[in-house]
Design a binder for this molecule. Structure first.
Ligand code: OSB
Ligand code: MG
Length: 372
């Protein structure tokens, strides 16, 4: 394939409910969408998951946009490649960081290649599941009572895993309230988004009595060493999110013992090649993985769903249906859930959902087109 045009668009989509994590709150998403065109005329949409502020990773939409325009598009436009898997190396050569910017383009190339091969994206990457299990991520709530209520609703809706955002002052007692309300069989976990230090090890060991499936990213985003020390002091498995930005970091986690589970977000690791490599590595090392979310629109979600159809995605992902996030999504059909499962689209080639281009045009606040 030969990509000869990339269009960037920023759209604004308001979340149905504000979402608070330990490192910040979000009410409205500024979403960077990409549209890639092959010289043959084939097209595909993708999404760059960089956030509004650098509180999750160093990247934001305002760093990703120029990174794509100035540094990535010259490596892509007009270049003939056999397979989208080639872009990872092309992007890593003498180009540090900017994983989310890289991933936005790289994943679009995978979507485009699947479209051109007339194959659903899931099958194109080796997916083996026709449906994936769905979990929910609950933001920090105003009170433990409200959190319990949200968790009960989630169980009633069928979610197969409940992730509770925590921070100092909203942690062990809050999660215990949910455990007591939902009983021993509920699939519960906590996500701290870096809110603790190693000095909190004893406090965090308080979670060991609550039978959590994991605690996600308790310590600093780039700290594998202290996570290893903490894991030695906890029974609860540590899952890393922010810390795993490449296959090398996944290998470091295993070597150091910094965690036992990985939340794979393709945007955070530079795209599908890297996400698949981490998946494969974890599979051969008996490390379970699951697919996280970044409040993607229906376009980014399509890539997450395809990725989560790979065999070692054995834990429910943060891939809630469209209606949980938005009054109206930008794809049709919207993403839905039944019995806590989401169907992997296998009927049509490419990302498997139609993109509502009129609605996107109406939501667009800036756009830029780059040509070979
Ligand atoms: O830490 O997994 C996280 C959302 C934005 C940034 C970081 C995280 C999250 C979530 C939400 O937990 C997952 C979702 O998209 O539903
Ligand atoms: Mg997380």
């Amino acid at each position: 394939m030969r990509i000869d045009q990339i269009t960037l668009r920023e759209i604004h989509l308001e979340l149905k409910e504000p979402f608070r994590i330990s490192s910040g709150e979000i009410r409205e998403r500024r979403i960077l969408l990409l549209e890639l065109r092959d010289a043959s005329g084939a097209k595909a949409w993708s999404e760059c998951v960089a956030g509004e502020a650098p509180n999750y990773s160093p990247e934001t939409i305002d760093t990703a946009w120029p990174a794509i325009v100035q540094y990535l598009s010259p490596r892509v436009l007009g270049r003939e490649v056999e397979h989208p898997g080639e872009f990872h190396e092309i992007f890593e050569k003498d180009f540090r960081g900017h994983q989310m910017a890289k991933a936005g383009v790289e994943m679009g190339a995978w979507g485009l290649a699947a479209t051109m091969a007339q194959e659903p994206l899931s099958l194109f990457i080796g997916g083996t599941r026709a449906e994936i299990a769905v979990g929910i991520s609950l933001g920090i709530q105003p009170s433990p009572e409200r959190l319990v209520e949200k968790a009960r609703e989630a169980i009633a809706e069928g979610y197969r895993k409940i992730k509770i955002k925590i921070e100092p002052g909203h942690d062990v007692e809050w999660v215990r309230a949910v455990r007591e309300a939902l009983g021993p069989s509920a699939h519960l976990m906590a996500d701290a988004n870096n809110a603790y230090t190693i000095d909190d090890a004893e406090r965090l060991a308080g979670f060991d009595a609550l039978d959590l499936v994991m605690i996600e990213q308790p310590l600093a985003w780039d700290d594998l060493v202290r996570h290893a020390e903490l894991q030695r002091r906890l029974k609860t498995p540590i899952c890393l999110d922010e810390s795993i930005t490449s296959l090398d970091r996944a290998q470091d986690m295993v070597t150091l013992g910094s965690g036992r589970i990985i939340n794979i977000k393709p945007g955070r690791v530079g795209g599908f090649s890297s996400a698949i490599a981490i998946h494969d590595y974890c599979q051969s090392n008996s490390i379970p993985v699951w697919c996280g979310g970044m409040f993607e629109s229906g376009i980014g979600r399509a890539y997450n769903v395809a990725l989560a159809s790979l065999p070692n995605f054995s834990i429910p992902g943060d891939v809630s249906p469209s209606a949980r996030y938005w009054a109206k999504d930008i794809v049709t059909p919207e993403w839905t859930m039944r019995d806590g499962m989401m169907r992997v689209p296998l009927e049509s080639p490419g990302i498997g959902v139609a993109v509502d281009e009129d609605r996107i045009a109406a939501l667009t606040v800036r756009t830029e087109t780059l040509r070979a």
